[in-house]
Design a protein around this ligand. Sequence first.
Ligand code: ZN
Length: 205
Amino acid sequence: MARAHAQTLRTKVTPNEAWAQLDAQLQRQWARLTARRGGSDPMITESAEPRFVCDAGLGGLARWLRAAGYEAAWTAGIADDALLRAAREQRALLLTTDSLLLERRVIREGTIPTLWLPPWGRAPEQLARVFRELRLRPRTPRCMACGGELRREDKAAVAARIPPRTARWLDLYFVCARCNRLFWHGTHWARITERLRSLGIDETS
Ligand SMILES: [Zn+2]
């Protein structure tokens, strides 16, 4: 009877409440993991360049992490085993929305430091959460496509690749040292930095 009553109570929990409970539970799990390793993660605190491996569903977050200056690997449709292997080989922190993955021994035992993110929410909010949990600050932006370093390039040297309308009002251009993609601080860039600022992620945070 008591059990049935409990069951009824459980079914009254709204999906949002259920997610919040699961979230809290996973956050505690994460806190226990980090506490076991001495309160913080050595791969994060000791490395000057923390890097990330994102699960298959976090392609958007990977791009935002790069825009905020962090290396973030992402492969479309990557299988769990390949994902874990990549995180281990790159000594990266694994970002995942898959709570089943947290049951893997390498994660439970802390071999692969992992941050679980709620499966809802958009990439900028997910980024804000990563920054909050790991107390990160924005760095020099990297290429959003591949995470490569962006180098200042003379306008004249890349003139042929600049859309004429952009060339008329902008003088600052960057080229990715890895994939050679051209970037400039135009309106798209302003939108990104504005979004980061609105989430409390800026140079002064
Ligand atoms: Zn690139």
